[in-house]
Design a protein around this ligand. Structure first.
Ligand code: NI
Length: 392
C-alpha cells in the first residue's frame, strides 16, 4: 500500500541520504563514542519536523513519527558505530579519521533510516499509529540495543513489531534476502590460559610444556564440532589468538588463547563450552599442567518472527518485484538486533550490495558499496512499516 507514494519520496530524499551517508562515512566514530553521529541524526530528524529524544542508553537517539489516527506502534532500527581499522578503499568520501572506518555499512543503515523517517513523516496524516525510529550505539561491541531496551525504548508507546536491515555482501544489488527463524548466531568469546612450568628448551623432561599442550587442545577442539555435536545443528569454534613464549630455547610458563563460539540456540551454546572444558581438563591433567577457561556470553542468537518476516517479504516484493526477494541463508555473524527480537515480534533482513556476485567483505579495509542500496533499504523499511500499520 502507498508504494507509489513511497517510491516518489525515496527519490526526493535520495540526494540527502547520499549526503548524510558520505558525511557519516568521513567522520566515523567507534562504539560507545557516537557523539557527533548521534548529534547529526538528532539534528536531521528535528529539521524534518520529527519529535526526537536523545541520550537513550548512551548515545542512542529515538525519532517518533505520530500518525494521523490511532493505531499500533512499529519500530525501525539502525546502528551508528564504526570499526577500528584504517580505510584503504579509494573513494572520494574516505574516512578522515585515521584508524576508524565504517567498514560494516552502519553509515548506510543510519542514512537509510533517516530517509525512511523523512518519507514516513510526509505520509503520517494517512497512517494509523506510531513509527519509532531507533538509532543505536555500540552494535559492534557491547550491544547498545540491550541498553536502549533497558532505558525503555520499547515502551511508551509500547512497540508491537520491529524491523531492521543490514547491507549484505552475499546478496546482489537491488535484491533483498529474508528468512524466518534463526538468522544470526550468538557470538560468544572465550579466553584460555594453559599453565605449565617453564624450563630449558633442550631439557623438556624437566619442564611442563604449555606450547605442545596448546597444540593438542586446538586440534582436539576441532573434533567437538566434527565428532561430538549433532551434525544437523550448526556451530563454529575458532581459536583466533594464541600467544606464548619469547625465544627459541626457553619453554614458557603459560600459553594464552582467545577465540569465538557461534551457535543458534541455548542448548548448543552451553554444550560447546562444556565439551571444551573436558578437553582442557583431560589434556592438561595428563601432563601435570593446569588451565583457566572463561566464556563471555555476548549477543543472543537472532531469531526472526514468522509473521513479521512474511510482512517484510511482501513489502519487499511490493517495492522491488517478487524476482528480487530471495530466501536468506543464516549467518554465523552476530547481531544485537537479537535483543529486540527477543522482546517483540521482529524481523531482520539483508539488502544486497554485490555486483555480479562480488562484494568486498564486511570489516575489510577495502569495504565499499554503491549508494543505490540506500534506496532499497529505505524503501523496504518504509513499506514494511506502512503495511504493518495499515494492515494490523
Ligand atoms: Ni554490522
Amino acid at each position: 500500500m502507498l508504494t507509489g507514494e513511497i517510491k516518489l519520496r525515496i527519490e526526493k530524499y535520495y540526494p540527502r541520504g547520499v549526503e548524510l551517508r558520505r558525511h557519516i562515512h568521513q567522520y566515523p566514530e567507534l562504539s560507545g563514542r557516537e557523539v557527533e553521529t548521534a548529534g547529526l541524526v538528532a539534528d536531521t530528524l528535528r529539521e524534518a519536523g520529527i519529535e526526537v529524544r536523545t541520550g537513550i542508553g548512551g548515545n542512542g537517539v529515538l525519532g517518533i513519527v505520530r500518525g494521523g489516527k490511532p493505531g499500533k506502534t512499529v519500530l525501525l532500527r539502525a546502528d551508528m558505530d564504526a570499526l577500528e581499522l584504517n580505510e584503504a578503499a579509494d573513494v572520494p568520501y574516505k574516512s578522515k579519521k585515521p584508524g576508524i572506518m565504517h567498514a560494516c555499512g552502519h553509515d548506510g543503515h543510519t542514512a537509510a533510516l533517516l530517509m525512511a523517517g523523512m518519507v514516513l513523516n510526509d505520509l503520517k496524516d494517512r497512517l494509523p499509529g506510531t513509527v519509532k525510529l531507533m538509532f543505536q550505539p555500540a552494535e559492534e561491541t557491547t550491544g547498545g540495543a540491550e541498553r536502549m531496551i533497558e532505558a525503555g525504548i520499547l515502551e511508551d508507546p509500547s512497540v508491537d513489531a520491529a524491523f531492521g536491515c543490514h547491507l549484505w555482501g552475499d546478496a546482489e544489488e537491488g535484491t533483498v534476502l529474508v528468512k524466518a527463524g534463526p538468522v544470526m548466531a550468538s557470538p560468544d568469546e572465550f579466553r584460555i590460559t594453559i599453565k605449565g612450568s617453564g624450563g630449558h628448551g633442550g631439557m623438556p623432561h624437566l619442564a611442563v610444556d604449555p606450547v605442545s599442550l596448546a597444540a593438542q587442545v586446538i586440534l582436539q577442539f576441532q573434533t567437538i564440532v566434527s565428532r561430538r555435536k549433532n551434525p544437523l545443528e550448526p556451530a563454529v569454534l575458532s581459536v583466533c589468538m594464541i600467544r606464548g613464549g619469547y625465544t627459541h630455547n626457553v619453554i614458557p610458563e603459560t600459553v594464552d588463547m582467545m577465540g569465538t563460539i557461534r551457535t543458534f540456540n541455548e542448548g548448543m551454546r552451553d554444550f560447546i563450552p562444556c565439551e571444551m572444558e573436558k578437553v582442557l581438563r583431560g589434556i592438561t591433567s595428563a601432563a601435570g599442567a593446569s588451565y583457566t577457561f572463561n566464556v563471555t556470553k555476548r549477543f543472543l542468537p537472532l531469531v526472526n518472527d514468522a509473521a513479521a518476516t512474511a510482512l517484510v517479504r511482501k513489502a519487499a516484493e511490493e517495492v522491488l518485484g517478487p524476482d528480487n526477494v530471495h530466501e536468506a541463508v543464516a549467518s554465523m555473524g552476530g547481531e544485537d538486533f537479537a535483543y529486540i527480537a527477543k522482546n517483540v515480534p521482529a524481523s531482520f533482513f539483508f539488502v544486497g550490495i554485490a555486483r555480479e556476485g562480488k562484494a568486498v567483505p564486511h570489516h575489510s579495509p577495502h569495504f565499499r558499496w554503491d549508494e543505490g542500496a540506500l534506496r532499497v533499504a529505505a524503501a523496504c523499511l518504509c513499506q514494511t512499516a506502512v503495511d504493518f500499520l495499515l494492515e494490523s
